[in-house]
Design a binder for this molecule. Structure first.
Ligand code: GDP
Ligand code: IMO
Ligand code: MG
Length: 429
């Protein structure tokens, strides 16, 4: 029995989906702990692509149980679409999908508020996914949210919606000059979603704690990444939840003594969708080259991802904040054609060395990334299955990252498919 938490170490899209799917083989439960349909987790099996926004990335293993934890904000429309799409592809979730009663519901006014508040920010946009995430978590913290348990109880839903919608409509009309939502329309549509999801709803904390008592293994799936965390990210250019390790505990109702390992997923370069600082961002032409080779377009919004060199300042902080015991390195193959590769080892700030990520964006804007330059391998590595067979220059790059970070590398990914993985830690898969 091993319980593992998987966290993103950068700005999301590190390749978590591929590795949740891979590690799910040895788990009994795969449990997502935060975020919502802003996530896009991609899995490629025999050339067939699946992108999950809400359903945990272990669902393709037909005997595994999947949990949507209390830490999530659930858009029932997206969830039902995902269930339906899976059904069309021959995958049933019946009897193995569980949704927390305490997860919050993303309502239509959350999605509209997300969009209009972005417009109102003018030059200071966050670049959100427009999925209603921020406004939904705002209501959760303000204690005015609608939870899954409320949605599936028609009387409670009616009462809560009436009260909340009055407020939201005023806000939308008076501040944002938008049309009001019809109570009847939302009530009818969302009550119908409630009836459809009811059979999946349960006390998921109890479910997985009992499973662990019986020796079952749980794989905890994080969405987004450490530097999009509401506390640890580049605030305000962040998401509204806790992708860091603490989010796994609060987002599923599990104690820290249950956790055996915490593994971080990191791209061998850095990407970011939306606004906010990216200290090691590539110059334009190199950025386009890596984006094309790495297919760096958002899995949720299709937006081009900004790309930059690997940033060990970010990763060092991610290792610390999450207590990582090892790293999974992804997308090494994307560098196949590069003549030289840079590693950002630290920053310089006012003449001093800085090894950890500053909390202040003002300080960050005055930091200069410092690089070590290594030779590229300039050959294709996407078919390589063992570390030994990697070109010496590729091994040198990996070894250097490992040494500078002082952390074990568990797996190395050389392509999107399950089998395009170099396994260094044989206990994992
Ligand atoms: P996630 O949000 O962390 O699950 O990552 P995304 O799915 O948003 O983005 C990762 C993208 O990289 C997906 O399109 C994956 O199929 C792809 N991918 C994952 N690992 C590798 C790899 O090692 N090499 C290449 N070329 N693509 C990869
Ligand atoms: P996965 O799980 C990358 C980014 C958005 C925006 C910021 C806030 O696939 O790694 P939000 O809609 O959450 O309020 O947007 O966070 N963002 C992500 N970027 N991967 C994600 O998820 C993301 N989820 C949100 O682009 O900058
Ligand atoms: Mg993604």
């Amino acid at each position: 029995m091993t319980n593992i938490i998987i966290v993103g170490t950068q700005f999301g899209d590190e390749g978590k989906g591929k590795f949740i799917d891979l590690l799910a083989k040895r788990a009994d439960y795969i449990a997502r702990y935060q975020g919502g349909a802003n996530a896009g987790h991609t899995i490629v099996i025999n050339g067939e692509q699946f992108i999950f926004h809400l359903i945990p990335s272990g669902i393709l293993h037909k005997k595994k149980k999947c949990v949507i934890g209390n830490g999530l904000v659930v858009d029932p429309q997206t969830l039902l679409e995902e269930i339906e799409n899976l059904k069309k592809r021959g995958i049933s979730v019946e009897g193995r999908l569980f949704i927390s009663e305490n997860a919050h519901i993303v309502m239509p006014y959350h999605k509209l508020l997300d969009r209009v508040s972005e417009l109102a920010r003018k030059g200071k946009k966050i670049g959100t996914t427009g999925r209603g995430i921020g406004p939904c978590y705002t209501d959760k913290i303000a204690r005015t949210g609608i939870r899954v348990a409320d949605l599936i109880d028609e009387k409670t839903f009616q009462k809560k919606l009436k009260k909340i919608l009055d407020e939201k409509n005023q806000l939308l009309r008076k501040i944002y000059h938008q049309k009001e939502f019809s109570y009847r329309k939302i009530l009818t549509e969302y009550s119908s979603y409630g009836r459809k999801i009811k059979r999946y709803v349960t006390n998921t904390s109890l479910l997985i704690n009992r499973a662990m008592d019986k020796g079952k293994s749980v794989l905890f799936e994080g969405a987004q990444g450490t530097f999009l965390d509401i506390d640890w990210g580049t605030y305000p250019y962040v998401t509204s939840s806790h992708p860091v390790v603490g989010g796994a505990l609060t987002g599923l109702g599990v104690g820290p003594t249950r956790i055996d390992r915490v593994i971080g997923v990191a791209k061998v370069y850095t990407t970011r969708v939306g606004e906010g600082p990216l200290p090691t961002e590539f110059p334009k032409r190199l950025g386009e080259r890596v984006r094309e080779k790495g297919k760096e377009y958002g899995a949720t919004t299709g937006r081009p991802r900004r790309c930059g060199w690997i940033d060990l300042v970010l990763l060092r902080s991610a290792i610390q904040i999450n207590g990582l015991d090892s790293l999974i390195l992804t997308k090494l193959d994307v560098f196949d054609k590069l003549e030289e590769i840079k590693i950002c080892t630290h920053y310089r700030y006012r003449g001093k060395r800085m090894d950890y990520f500053p909390n202040s964006l003002k300080v960050l804007s005055q930091c200069q990334p410092q690089y070590e330059v290594l030779k590229g391998w300039q050959e294709s590595i996407s078919g390589i299955e063992s570390y030994k067979k990697l070109p010496p220059t590729a091994k040198k790059y990996v070894k250097r990252i490992k040494k500078l970070l002082g952390i074990k590398i568990a797996l190395i990914s050389v392509g999107p498919q399950r089998d395009q993985t170099i396994i260094l830690d044989k206990t994992l898969c």
